[in-house]
Unconditional design. Structure first.
Length: 459
């Protein structure tokens, strides 16, 4: 039984195959690359490491195995996917599952062929912290399709959830399988196509650490007086039209960029309606300090250009006994103290031209919703923000919300379950992202947030 004050557990992973190629996940930073089989402590967690090995039942990988997908599931093998990544035969690095809090987890893996057929799988349940290695044995199963053939590219399913293919050391053509962002969208497209950074603890330790509270946070919505409207966000699907769920081409969700009116195809289908529901309550909870997002940027050597920083985004609240101080605009004033209660992401990133660029396979953001609070499971998340010692500004967080996953979350909350059908119909009508290669039916909606912050002290 895990105790509440047990330290997080860092996980190192390797895949044993006939040629002794290794699959390893780094221990804390999602994009950091582990170069040893032991865990490396970073700012994200107290080091308490275990080894996670993935093996085939007969000791040899079938000749037609193209890649192995690994998953960490909350609560056990049937739980929600907390982290996933994929590594091809012949590639030696993968994304990190991060520092896992104490609790019960399912460690699952499956092997697929070049045509996206799953031919072996296995899962074990473990309560962390634990001392013994976690060994997942892949047993042969009757082949089943991981996705429709039209969505399969050389063993990778297009838009596979939570960072499929992000394990490649550089983001080449296969990066389109994650982001579907193959179209050239100019300079800002670099944030979509940016691959993981070979960013070690030594490089991070050489720089300074800066802490911020996001004092402005809102769901971005359409801007402008006439169509086409503009929106904060990115072009997530590589086009500038919507043609699914019976929409007329270009009818919804594709906006101009608020920063560059010549850039088309900005995806934020859910922003308008969700912002109308949530923004007043969301900003109010920030202003009074009861629910805030806290940002830590570590390893900064230069605010102009730095190819190795660490970004931690956490849920938190104001640490004082009374209401927090506010600036002349009624927003949280700088240099106040906050408690971090839960890390949402811990990733390595870069700074270029004074702008931090971040990618995360999963970034759950809690929003006020129908009198309560609901975590929106944003996947394939992209964030950009201008960063200086005192402030972060012109920030954007964007990603994809799968309709079925969102409805499942709503059904699990008794006070919201009665609204599930109405919400599902609304999300389906607004959906603009095709995740399964079926353009006539989009399975997910795009969502963007605008944010800025000021310097803070985080505990």
């Amino acid at each position: 039984m895990a105790a509440a004050n047990d330290p997080p557990t860092l996980v190192a992973v390797r895949l044993l195959v006939p040629t002794r190629l290794h699959l390893r996940w780094a221990t804390c930073t999602l994009a950091g690359l582990l170069v040893a089989t032991t865990a490396v402590a970073t700012a994200c967690a107290t080091p308490s490491a275990i080894d996670w090995r993935v093996e085939f039942a007969d000791g040899r990988a079938p000749a037609d195995v193209s890649l192995v997908r690994g998953e960490v599931r909350s609560g056990g093998c049937e739980g929600e996917v907390r982290f996933a990544t994929e590594v091809r035969r012949g590639e030696g690095e993968g994304l990190s599952p991060g520092a896992l809090p104490p609790g019960r987890y399912g460690f699952r893996a499956e092997a697929t062929t070049a045509d996206c057929q799953v031919i072996a799988e296995g899962c074990v349940e473990v309560t962390l912290p634990a001392d013994a290695p976690v060994v997942v044995t892949l047993e042969a199963i009757p082949a089943r399709a991981a996705c429709p053939a039209s969505s399969c590219t050389d063993g990778v399913c297009a838009n596979a959830d939570m960072g499929a293919d992000a394990s490649a050391p550089d983001a080449g053509e296969r990066d389109a399988a994650v982001d579907a962002a193959t179209a050239d969208a100019g300079e800002r497209d670099a944030a979509v196509d940016m691959g993981p950074v070979a960013c070690g603890e030594a490089l991070l330790a050489s720089g300074a650490t800066y802490q911020y509270v996001l004092n402005v946070m809102r769901v971005a919505g359409p801007e402008g007086a006439e169509t086409p409207f503009a929106s904060a966000g990115f072009n997530l699907d590589g086009d500038d039209v919507v043609a699914c769920n019976s929409h007329i081409v270009g009818e919804t969700a594709e906006f101009l960029s608020v920063t560059d009116p010549t850039e088309r195809g900005i995806d934020n289908a859910l922003g308008g309606d969700l912002g109308n529901l949530s923004n007043i309550s969301l900003q109010s909870s920030v202003d009074n300090g009861s629910r805030v997002l806290l940002l830590t940027v570590r390893g900064v050597d230069s605010f102009e250009s730095d190819d190795c920083i660490e970004v931690v985004l956490s849920n938190g609240y104001y640490a004082g006994s009374s209401l927090p101080l506010q600036d002349p605009d009624g927003r949280l004033a700088p240099d106040q103290e906050f408690f971090a209660v839960e890390d949402i992401i811990c990733v390595t990133a870069t700074i270029s031209g004074g702008v931090a660029r971040v990618r995360a396979p999963r970034l759950p953001i809690g929003l006020p919703f129908i009198g309560g609070s609901l975590a929106w499971p944003v996947t394939n998340a992209i964030a950009e923000f201008a960063v200086q010692p005192e402030v972060v500004s012109t920030g954007v967080i964007t990603g994809v919300v799968n309709t079925r996953e969102m409805v499942t979350s709503i059904n699990s909350i008794p006070d919201l379950a009665t609204y599930a059908t109405v919400i599902e119909d609304t999300l389906t009508a607004l959906a603009d992202i095709d995740q399964n290669g079926s353009p006539e039916s989009c399975e997910a909606g795009s969502l963007a947030f605008a944010m800025s912050g000021v310097r803070a002290r985080i505990f």
